[in-house]
Write a protein that binds this ligand. Structure first.
Ligand SMILES: *Cc1c(COP(=O)(O)O)cnc(C)c1O
Length: 338
């Protein structure tokens, strides 16, 4: 039995999802004639109460399109220093959009309106033009911590006052929402654009959706084509995403409960320290003494448990719908025996 905690991207489509995919009606999405893609886009538009949506091959592409659609070269994006858009998209903000970045620090991967206000650049011949703020919810590298709407609203208000666009990297937004109980429509009202990943804990094999205003999505659609993301019979993939949104949101709670249970065990292990607050499906912690990061990963691998290193001695466990109860029991046994 392989227990793969490397990422929530490793999930494979269930039989029911595959059957739903096989029944999908497809066309050619570049001509906008793929009914399954069109359905998915309008489904997410209704979900978030926004104007338009665009199906994208990956979360990275959805974020990169959003950054480019919101900015011009020599503008600047403001985000947390642990952000995916900064760390894990190869500096695409600079490569694709020619913009600068202002990095903020703050607990749990989150930033505040006060922090943003202090770094907005005045007009000067030698400064980039502050144009875009990107929030990440949940915050991956901080260990899956989440924002409440009460924390987002002052940021959204500031962005409106200062004429900054506000994008949400909501790769794991639904993990946040099942915890806060807040609605997708209330989130949609605060942002100019939102990207969601459906190939993470929701279990679709491929797919992200970018949601925003009509004019923004019209621009985004051109950028998607330019980046090579115009897919043809994409409806089979869109159907998988549709299925995931209809069936797999509420169950994310189970992943969170399992992460909590494993966290309780990790707390008791003498070689584990600095466990980041566990708020959703991710556990990030450091190892010391008995194990280096590499040795810890190897020790688990020899028991058929796969994990990822997030730093020299930093380990990440991610729970998702392919981690079943018997795997959690086995993981507990192995951890106690280390
Ligand atoms: C996974 C992830 C993305 C996008 O990832 P893809 O693998 O390109 O789909 C974006 N932001 C965050 C926070 C993520 O965890």
């Amino acid at each position: 039995m392989l227990i793969n905690l490397t990422s929530d991207t490793v999930t494979k489509p269930s039989k029911a999802m595959l059957e739903f995919m096989m029944q999908a009606e497809v066309g050619d999405d570049v001509f906008r004639t793929d009914p399954s893609v069109n359905n998915l886009e309008s489904y997410t538009v209704d979900m978030f109460g926004m104007e338009a949506a665009l199906f994208c091959p990956s979360g990275t592409m959805a974020n990169q399109i959003a950054i480019k659609a919101h900015t011009n070269a020599l503008d600047e994006m403001i985000c947390h220093k642990l952000s995916h858009v900064y760390l894990y998209e190869l500096g695409g903000y600079a490569f694709n959009s020619g913009i600068a970045v202002e990095l903020l620090d703050g607990p749990h991967g989150k930033i505040t309106a006060d922090q943003i206000k202090k770094v907005i650049k005045p007009e000067a011949d030698w400064l980039p033009n502050s144009k875009l703020v990107v929030l990440e919810n949940t915050a991956n590298k901080a260990g899956g911590s989440y924002y409440n709407l009460d924390e987002i609203k002052p940021i959204s208000k500031l962005c409106k006052e200062e004429n900054l666009a506000l994008h949400l990297d909501g790769a794991r937004l639904f993990n946040a929402l099942v915890e806060t109980g807040e609605s997708t429509k209330d989130v949609g009202a605060e942002f100019d654009s939102i990207s969601i990943c459906i190939s993470k804990g929701l279990g679709a094999p491929v797919g992200s959706v970018l949601i925003g205003k009509k004019t923004f999505i019209a621009k985004a659609r051109k950028l998607r084509k330019m980046m090579g993301g115009g897919m043809r019979q994409a409806g089979y993939l869109a159907a998988a995403c549709q299925y995931a949104l209809m069936h797999n949101i509420e169950r994310l709670k189970e992943d969170h409960e399992r992460a909590q249970a494993i966290g309780t065990i990790l707390e008791q292990l003498p070689f584990v320290h600095n466990i980041r607050p566990i708020q959703s499906n991710i556990i990030i912690f450091d190892v010391k003494n008995k194990y280096t990061g590499d040795q810890f990963v190897e020790a688990l691998k020899s028991q058929n448990i796969h994990t990822a290193k997030m730093g020299v001695d930093t380990i990440r466990f991610v729970f998702h719908l392919d981690i079943k109860e018997e795997m959690v029991s086995r993981l507990k046994e192995v951890l106690y025996a280390l």
